[in-house]
Design a protein around this ligand. Structure first.
Ligand code: URA
Length: 433
């Protein structure tokens, strides 16, 4: 078997065997297969798709391409959010679940385009290290039950290589490639239970609920095929999640949420995701989400979830005083309030437009290596369904300079739609499996 035959077979719509996929992945990681052949193969996969057994084989081959984490316990859980404007779920959910005594280990990514990344958000905290080695990742998880790092070079390195190539060959939006990329990291990082938090809507990677369901089902099938427990939630991200969009602003909101002072939609979403994580971990004897929710609410109320965030920040070299005093996180030079243009109900806040405005403020990047500005973004004072009166502040722009604040103010104002009657709030999560 050689790389050309494998490319041709996929190009012609064939189904690759486990050993062909293994050969291709291991050959690429070992530099025996060059980028140009890997690029051709990725495009063939993009066009022809993959059967479920091929997607599983690809995921397992990528997961095996480096070291793996295995705590030897059934308890370890992880979650994946598929990206959405204002999505800071991880920053709340991981400490919350760890505060219940369930170990959580997560490798997160950087933001790209309108999608923020957990790693960028964490870097708003002075000194926070996101570059843990595989050994540090394992040791911290074993000793403290929580670790949240960037992608470690020695866990699923094939995914890192393929992802960089996909990014420049127009092959990112392929569901088998997305699903295998995400799940290979989950499997290598050792989670026995995985909650998939797949967003859909204007501000999400998947535009419709049907596409989100399809991606969730592919990922869930991979997880189960790899012997993991999986639950998937599909959630609406047509408006931003929570009130804040922008790195340090989202960290502040996550801290407020861990203090029990977060926006209702974000708090509810985090309790739902965390509840499913506890259930998969077998935490609740009754295997019941009501039981899990009571425990999680207690951990928010008694401050222990916030205490775990402090511990995580300190373990990874960050400045804990910024968790205690979030106002010391990076602050933008210009903060401008934007008033409501008239009386009415908020019918819609287009999350994609908001994401683009924040990208232009400097909160995100168009290329992977670009620097970002942690301080900039937007904080909403209202959400879909709220009634406001003329001149009441509806959002606040945080910008580097007045001209940027002005431009973003106009863009985000255009993201609002108004109605005379109260619009229905976003639909609740759909649970698969
Ligand atoms: N996140 C990943 O880790 N991989 C993808 O392909 C897309 C999103």
């Amino acid at each position: 078997m050689n790389a050309i035959e494998i490319i041709e077979k996929k190009r012609d719509g064939g189904t690759l065997t486990d050993s062909e996929i293994d050969h291709f992945v291991s050959g690429y990681v070992a530099d025996e297969i060059p980028d140009y052949q890997a690029a051709a193969w990725l495009m063939a996969v993009y066009i022809q798709g993959m059967a479920p057994e091929e997607t599983l084989a690809l995921t397992l081959a990528m997961a095996r391409s480096g070291g793996t984490v295995d705590l030897g316990t059934e308890l370890t859980v992880d979650k994946h959010s598929s990206g959405g404007v204002g999505d800071k779920t991880t920053l709340v959910v991981l400490p919350l679940v760890a505060a219940c005594g369930v170990p959580v280990a997560k490798m997160s990514g950087r933001g790209l385009s309108t999608f923020g990344g957990t790693i960028d958000k964490l870097e708003s905290i002075r000194g926070f290290r996101i570059d843990l080695s595989g050994d540090e990742f394992r040791a911290q998880l074993r000793e403290y039950g929580i670790v949240l790092s960037g992608q470690s070079a020695d866990l699923a390195p094939a995914d890192g290589r393929f992802y960089a190539l996909r990014d420049v060959t127009g092959t990112v939006p392929s569901k088998p490639l997305i699903a295998s990329s995400i799940m290979s990291k989950k499997i290598a990082a050792g989670a026995r239970g995985i909650v998939l938090d797949v967003k859909y809507g204007l501000g999400a990677f998947m535009p419709t609920i049907d596409e989100a369901r399809e991606l969730a089902e592919i990922m869930a099938a991979i997880g189960r095929g790899a012997g993991r427990r999986v639950t998937a939630l599909l959630s609406d991200t047509n408006q931003p999640l929570g009130r804040a969009v922008g790195n340090a602003l989202e960290v502040r909101e996550a801290i407020a949420t861990l203090r029990g002072e977060g926006p209702r939609d974000l708090t509810e979403h985090c309790l739902a995701v965390a509840g499913h994580m506890l259930r998969l971990a077998g935490y609740s004897e009754r295997d019941d989400l009501v039981d899990a929710r009571e425990t999680l609410e207690a951990r928010l109320a008694d401050g222990s979830a916030l205490g775990v965030l402090r511990k995580l920040v300190s373990l990874q070299g960050g400045d804990v005083s910024q968790v205690d005093r979030p106002e010391t996180l990076p602050q933008a030079a210009v903060v401008r309030e934007i008033p409501a243009p008239g009386d009415g109900h908020v019918a819609r806040i287009d999350a994609l437009t908001v994401g683009r405005a924040c990208l232009e403020l400097g909160a995100g990047r168009l290329r992977k290596s670009e620097p970002i500005d942690h301080s900039v973004g937007v904080v909403f004072a209202c959400q879909v369904g709220d009634r406001v009166v003329r001149d009441q502040p509806i959002f606040e722009i945080h910008a580097r300079e007045a001209s940027a604040a002005e431009a973003a103010g106009e863009q985000i104002s255009a993201a609002f739609e108004w109605s005379d009657a109260a619009a229905a709030p976003p639909p609740p999560e759909v649970i698969l499996g």
